[in-house]
Write a protein that binds this ligand. Structure first.
Ligand code: GDP
Ligand code: IMO
Ligand code: MG
Length: 429
């Protein structure tokens, strides 16, 4: 059976670790959305690897790792990541392990420059999304505008490719001074032949490739990036990323929708909440609702090393939010959950879970609020759970916490992470 793995919160739930774990029994690992805004960390034998684009199954030598159609790919970051993995002896010949869809859109220097410039301009205002500054939003925008440049375009004749680049740049005269735009274009053109040389042996038509793999009985693991609450349609819009992070997106973005028929969808969540960037988190430990929560949040950040794997920004911390998790399970089609990082809370005393949002007038929300204006003033209703000293299913207190999650959200918790290392994960069901 194929598996779709998703973040069930606001990203950084520990997806990389679980993909690494499940890759042992997968043949192909496919990224289907997002780009190098992702930072997926793997710890194997005390050695840390952080992957931004290459699927987290790469450390298992038997896997083929695919960048799907729905990803936006920054060529320089991709090539740097390949070089680092080669230096770490993960593989010798990249094309034997990594395949790249010919339909994948490219993040060009124009996109990243625009992302950074916009965020700088919006600093201190509501318009500041707190993006990773990697050009993700602008790349998906030009894709939707039908002006994007794709991997396959690099292999067109030079005049045809230049025509596409001209079309892309023509939409950006408003954003940059002429000299600056000319510099950005020069930077892009300079590297194209190098990118082509590296990409050429990796480029595939994902539909043909995954169709053949499916016929041959290969098992596919789809690796989501970000999380359901950052989904462009279903997340806390506008403080979201620019791609679709829910289960069905794996079919479209992977390039072979038939591969997700009958697949199981596994949602990854932390035992608590984190978020980087702007936007409301109802259960954030800001000192508004529970005495001592600010100090607890600081301890969790320190013990859990909650700093962005991509940008190094401190992650915001919150109590477990079962209202958001239940919504994520329902909207993303999650069948099973993995709960990670319960070990971080060991010995920190009783914990809280949010079981309802209330409006300022005291009446309850009967569904997840669509507007951030409502989320900003929503009042969390908490229940207390007994603290635990060990975050494994053998510990009765932790098991009670897991059962509470299952009962509330309606799907089983099948995996439990209790440390960053590959082997620190228990299969519960
Ligand atoms: P991702 O983006 O979802 O792959 O998550 P990140 O890699 O950005 O952040 C998760 C962090 O938690 C990484 O540093 C992981 O090594 C670490 N991690 C993952 N699972 C566990 C766990 O169960 N316990 C602990 N203590 N750390 C974990
Ligand atoms: P992984 O895969 C956590 C957040 C950014 C910002 C918003 C939009 O490691 O879980 P973007 O650069 O995508 O336009 O930023 O989304 N964000 C993430 N937060 N983990 C991620 O990826 C994220 N990718 C984007 O912080 O709030
Ligand atoms: Mg991450």
């Amino acid at each position: 059976m194929n598996t779709i793995l998703l973040g069930a919160q606001w990203g950084d739930e520990g997806k990389g670790k679980v993909v690494d774990h499940l890759s042992e029994t997968a043949d192909l690992v496919v990224r289907f959305q997002g780009g190098n805004n992702a930072g997926h960390s793997l710890w194997v034998g005390g050695k840390k690897t952080v992957l931004h684009l290459i699927p987290s199954g790469i450390l298992h030598p038997h896997t083929i790792c695919i960048i799907g159609d729905g990803v936006v790919l920054d060529p320089s970051v991709f090539i740097r990541e390949i070089t680092e993995l080669q230096a770490a002896n993960v593989f010798k010949v990249a094309s034997e392990r990594i395949k790249l869809s010919e339909r994948t859109h490219l993040i060009l220097p124009l996109h990243s420059a625009l992302d950074v410039a916009r965020e700088k301009k919006a600093s201190g205002t509501k318009g500041h999304i707190g993006t990773t500054g990697r050009g993700i939003g602008p790349a998906y925008e030009t894709k939707a505008q039908r002006k994007g440049v794709r991997v396959a375009d690099l292999f067109l004749s030079r005049p045809q490719l230049l025509d596409k680049i001209e079309t892309l740049f023509s939409g950006f005269q408003f954003a940059f001074a002429p000299l600056e735009l000319a510099e950005i274009k020069e930077k892009t053109l300079k590297d194209i032949d190098y990118w082509k040389k590296i990409f050429a042996p990796m480029v595939i038509d994902t539909t043909t490739y995954l169709h053949a793999a499916t016929k041959a009985g290969k098992k596919i693991l789809f690796e989501g990036a970000q999380g359901v609450m950052l989904d462009m349609d279903h997340g806390t819009y506008p403080y979201v990323t620019s791609s679709s992070t829910v289960g069905p997106s794996a079919g479209i973005g992977g390039g072979y929708p038939a591969a997700i028929k009958g697949a199981r969808t596994l949602g990854i969540a932390k035992a608590y909440i984190t978020r980087v960037g702007s936007g409301p988190v109802v259960t954030e430990m800001l000192g508004k609702h529970v005495p001592g929560e600010v100090e607890l949040g600081e301890s969790i950040r320190k013990v859990g090393q909650e700093f962005g794997a991509t940008t190094g920004r401190p992650r915001r911390i919150g109590w477990q939010d079962l209202v958001a998790l239940k919504y994520a399970v329902q909207v993303a089609g999650i069948d099973e959950l993995a709960i990670m990082k319960g070990d971080v809370l060991c010995g920190m005393g009783d914990f809280r879970v949010c079981v309802q949002y209330k409006k300022p007038d005291g009446s309850p929300w009967d569904h997840f609020p669509p507007c951030v204006e409502d989320l900003e003033v929503a009042i969390p209703v908490y229940e207390s759970v007994k603290g635990w000293t060990e975050a494994t299913p053998e510990n009765a207190d932790y098991e009670a916490y897991l059962k509470k999650i299952e009962k509330f959200v309606g799907v089983p918790v099948c995996y439990v992470g209790f440390g960053p290392e590959r082997h620190q994960m228990a299969v519960r069901k």
